[in-house]
Design a protein around this ligand. Sequence first.
Ligand code: ZN
Length: 117
Amino acid sequence: MKFCSKCGKMIAEEAIVCPFCGCQVGDVSVPETSTLGILSIIFGAMGGFVGLVLGVIGLINYKIDSNRRNCKIGIGLFCVWFVISIIICGIFIATTLRIFYGNSGNIFWVMSKYVEI
Ligand SMILES: [Zn+2]
């Protein structure tokens, strides 16, 4: 139990408004800023890991739907970049192997041999 800061009556711990005097009590919820969500989108759009981290932190802390949506967009953008970078790395590695080892280093060529068997 806690006490109303205005009228001093005993009220429930989780009360937001005092039932006796109607005044707001307890923790006045701090208005959310959309900073995390926007930063998440910016970093996510640049392919930064920070975009994912900020997005997840935002999702944990945010309660307003529009802010949560921003965080999801940020995480989504990061995921898109993550997939693209994996594909680019794969092509780069495959190309490099091919340069140094010829066809035997070409992962697609090696795979096609296995498929034939
Ligand atoms: Zn009161």
